[in-house]
Structure formats: structure tokens, C-alpha cells
Design a protein around this ligand. Structure first.
Ligand SMILES: [Zn+2]
Length: 471
């Protein structure tokens, strides 16, 4: 089951010029994976597993591929090579004392060797190690203050985008222009651990997960447009930490975004404050064109009522003359870390409401999608009601306005209700959602109305658009 060892080492030497060190695996994941064509006709995945803190090779780590039972173990140099038939795999690396790590969507072609390096994150790091992990793992120490996703005509980030339904999927666009449609939470599991280390306190990570989801929903305008994978948007990679606090945080905040006066907020964050306060948005610290914090001067941003200077206790100030690591606006990550720890033990809602003044963590209720309101149906037509996704379960309610009879559908994870043939009458329906924790939305604020009558041309719209009652 072994690849040609000499070819493998030669390839590594030529292409990488020596050891793969921490941080590089992230860069590789962002760009195209390294593929080496093999004359031998064999195919597989090979690479090096290191410890992220020391950069030293990690021997004895177990490497496996999804759907296959064979595993290999890293040698004294931390190297592995795993022969695989062509296909698309999730490569999983496990080692005692370290978080599991995987890389999804690894495409192995015929006669090709894919290079995949892994930097493993230790369980229970010391405080000093935690600092090092942060520096090496986190792709960008601050959320972008860019306003590229401001709605047209909107001049301030007071509410940066009208509240939209949290979509169930999102389209990511890689630097080479290829696009991938992903489940929103699956996407977030490739974002959150590179914004906040995956072994941080759960409640801090839940705050970060809500911030990342809020950003993604705002940027994509509710899933309508793609989001890039680089620091220009928020960094997304194929790397995962299965079972980590980061993944639990995404699951436990499913569908949740932060809003201010019913608008999606700009949920910006940064690494460290001066140990005392964050900054008002109009006193943001400067950054370069890549969004990296660089200079000790103010880089005034728009006034925002929910991005106010807040006290930020718990951690040592950032030791520079600027006093901030990052632009200083919004959530201080190291502050969130300590708010989540003893003696404070704040939950994520309290953390979010601390750094984003006056916001609400909300999910828009599911909304009817089809049929559109005012549709006419021929009696006996088979009608299926459909609504937007984003919740764990749904309850639909249909009322016959002539008889007053009401029927319900749910709770169900399905986003459609196949009602079959309807009798004559006028109908109205609405929908509500429930999350994994059992928290329910109210029914959708607007309803859909239909008339079932003796007509032959089914399903055409009424035209009285001004009617608020849709009649
Ligand atoms: Zn702080």
C-alpha cells in the first residue's frame, strides 16, 4: 500500500524546499492543493503532520480517508503516504493529545499524488501555547470593516442589510473562480476555527459563530450572491476540526444572526484590545489594503450605534504603543475568551450583547416561497406549499376561510407540504420554525392566500398589488 517513497520525498524536496511548517497548511488549503503526477500510475495522498506549537514533526499520528478502512501512521519525520483509488475524500488525522483534524473535498486523480500537510492543535494548551496557537492558526486577526456589502443608498452601517431569511446553503467562490454550493453550517465549520481557535471556550466560539454567520448572510444578501474564500470576505478553507468546540458552536447556534433594529449588523471583531476598552466605530485603528492591522493611527469608520467602546476586562493589554491588535471595533476575541471563562462564565448571548450594544440575536421566521399569494387553482389540483429553510423543524397551518377549518402540518424538518387535491374555497396559510434547542419563531408575519375554484387555467396571479390583505 505504499507509494514510491523516493518519488514522494523527491517531490516534497523539489516543491516545498524542505519542511512544511505550521501555518503553511492553511495557505495550501486556500489555494489549489499541490498535485504531483506520478509515472508509477499509483495515486494517493501524502504529506507531513506537525505540531502547531513547536512546528516539530508528529510521529504516530493516524491518517485515514473517508469511506476506506485502511489507515497509515506517520513516521519519525511526521510523514505519511496513503495510496487511494481516484476519488474525492475527507482525510482525517488523529493523534492522542490533539484535536482531530480533517481536510474535506480532497480530489485524487489517476496517477496523481496529492500533498496534504496538517498542523495539529494540542488539547488543553497552556496559556502561553494558546497565544502561539492563535498567532499561527488564525487567518486574520480582525473582521473586515469593508462596507462592500452595504445596501445601495445606505450611508451608514447602522443596519447594514435588511433582515433576510437565513439561507440553508451558500455559494463560495474560490480564487480560481470555481464555485461550490455548501450547506451554510458546513461552510461555517470551515470558517470559525480560523477566526477563533477551535478549542476555545464554547460560549466564546458560539459568539464567533453567530458573528461569522451574520457576516455571511449579510455579504451574500441572504444567499443571493457568492462569497469569496479569502481575507477580502472571510477566510474559508477545507480544513475541519471534527467534534471540536468550534463545530459544536456552529451547530448550537444554527440559523442565528445578530440584528439591530431588524437589520443585519456588521458583526466585526478583532483580536485584542488595550485591556480596558474596545473602540467606538468612528475611532477604528488603521489597517492596510489587505485588512491587516498595521499602523498606530485612527482610521475613522462610520458611526454605528451598536459599535461602541465597551470595557474589555480579563486579559492583558496588547503590548504595543497602539494598545490594540486589530482595528479595535466590535467583539474583542481575547475578551470574549475570558468572559466565557471563570469567574464570569457568560453565555454567548451576553458576550454578543456586550460587544454589540443593543443588538438582538435572531432568526427570521421561515417565509412562504410558493405558490405566490393570490394564486388561483382549479378544484382538485394537487398543491404543494413551500417555504424557506434555516430552521430545524417547521409547523405549517392552513385555514379554509369559508369554513374556518384549520389543519396543521409538522413539526417536520421538511420545507414543503404536499397537500394533495384541495376542495373549493378560499385559503390562507403561514409557517413557523423551531431550532434545535426547541425555541420557536412566531408564525410568519405575512400569509399566503389562494382561491380554489372551477377554473381551467390554473395558477395565475391576481394583480391587485396594493392590497395589504392580498385580496
Ligand atoms: Zn479585550
Amino acid at each position: 500500500m505504499r507509494l514510491n517513497r523516493r518519488d514522494f520525498l523527491k517531490a516534497l524536496g523539489v516543491v516545498l524546499g524542505g519542511f512544511v511548517v505550521w501555518g503553511r497548511s492553511l495557505l495550501r488549503a486556500q489555494s489549489q492543493p499541490l498535485v504531483i503526477n506520478q509515472a508509477s500510475g499509483r495515486s494517493g495522498i501524502a504529506g507531513t503532520v506537525t505540531e502547531i506549537v513547536t512546528g516539530q514533526p508528529l510521529a504516530g499520528a493516524t491518517v485515514s480517508a473517508s469511506g476506506l478502512t485502511s489507515t497509515v501512521t506517520t513516521d519519525a519525520m511526521g510523514q505519511f503516504d496513503l495510496e487511494l483509488p481516484p476519488g474525492i475524500y475527507e482525510i482525517l488525522v488523529t493523534a492522542p493529545g490533539f484535536l482531530d483534524m480533517s481536510r474535506v473535498h480532497q480530489e485524487v486523480g489517476p496517477s496523481s499524488l496529492l500533498v496534504a500537510d496538517f498542523a495539529m492543535v494540542p488539547l488543553n494548551p497552556s496559556e502561553e501555547e494558546a497565544q502561539i496557537i492563535y498567532e499561527r492558526l488564525i487567518a486574520s486577526p480582525q473582521g473586515s470593516l469593508e462596507q462592500a456589502f452595504l445596501a445601495p443608498g445606505q450611508q451608514t452601517p447602522q443596519g447594514i442589510a435588511p433582515t433576510v431569511t437565513v439561507p440553508s446553503t451558500i455559494v463560495v467562490e474560490w480564487p480560481d473562480g470555481t464555485q461550490q454550493t455548501l450547506d451554510l453550517d458546513y461552510y461555517l465549520k470551515g470558517v470559525v476555527p480560523f477566526e477563533m481557535p477551535p478549542d476555545w471556550p464554547l460560549e466564546a466560539l458560539k459568539a464567533q459563530a453567530v458573528a461569522a454567520r451574520t457576516y455571511a448572510v449579510a455579504y451574500t444578501q441572504g444567499g443571493a450572491k457568492p462569497i469569496c474564500t479569502t481575507t477580502s470576505c472571510q477566510v474559508y478553507t477545507n480544513d475541519r476540526f471534527p467534534g471540536s468546540n468550534a463545530e459544536m458552536a456552529v451547530d448550537q447556534t444554527h440559523g442565528q444572526v445578530a440584528t439591530y433594529q431588524d437589520n443585519i449588523i456588521s458583526a466585526v471583531y478583532f483580536s485584542r484590545c488595550n485591556g480596558k476598552t474596545t473602540r467606538d466605530s468612528e475611532h477604528a485603528m488603521g489597517s492596510d489594503d489587505n485588512g491587516k492591522w498595521l499602523v498606530c493611527s485612527e482610521h475613522p469608520w462610520n458611526y454605528s450605534p451598536y459599535l461602541r467602546a465597551r470595557s474589555c476586562n480579563g486579559h492583558q493589554p496588547y503590548s504595543s504603543s497602539c494598545g490594540y491588535y486589530g482595528h479595535g471595533v466590535g467583539m474583542c476575541q481575547w475578551g470574549a475568551y475570558y468572559w466565557a471563562e471563570k469567574p464570569y462564565e457568560w453565555d454567548y448571548l451576553r458576550i454578543l450583547n456586550w460587544y454589540y450594544t443593543g443588538i438582538t440575536v435572531t432568526k427570521s421566521p421561515p417565509a412562504p416561497i410558493s405558490p405566490f399569494s393570490g394564486a388561483l387553482f382549479q378544484v382538485g389540483s394537487n398543491i404543494t406549499l413551500m417555504w424557506s429553510a434555516g430552521w430545524a423543524n417547521y409547523l405549517g397551518e392552513l385555514q379554509n376561510l369559508d369554513t374556518g377549518a384549520t389543519i396543521q402540518y409538522g413539526w417536520t424538518p421538511s420545507t414543503s407540504w404536499p397537500l394533495g387535491a384541495w376542495a373549493l374555497g378560499r385559503y390562507q396559510w403561514h409557517i413557523k420554525g423551531r431550532d434545535v434547542n426547541g425555541v420557536e419563531t412566531p408564525f410568519s408575519t405575512y400569509s399566503r392566500f389562494y382561491v380554489v375554484q372551477h377554473v381551467y387555467n390554473t395558477y395565475f396571479p391576481r394583480t391587485d398589488k396594493n392590497s395589504t390583505s392580498n385580496w
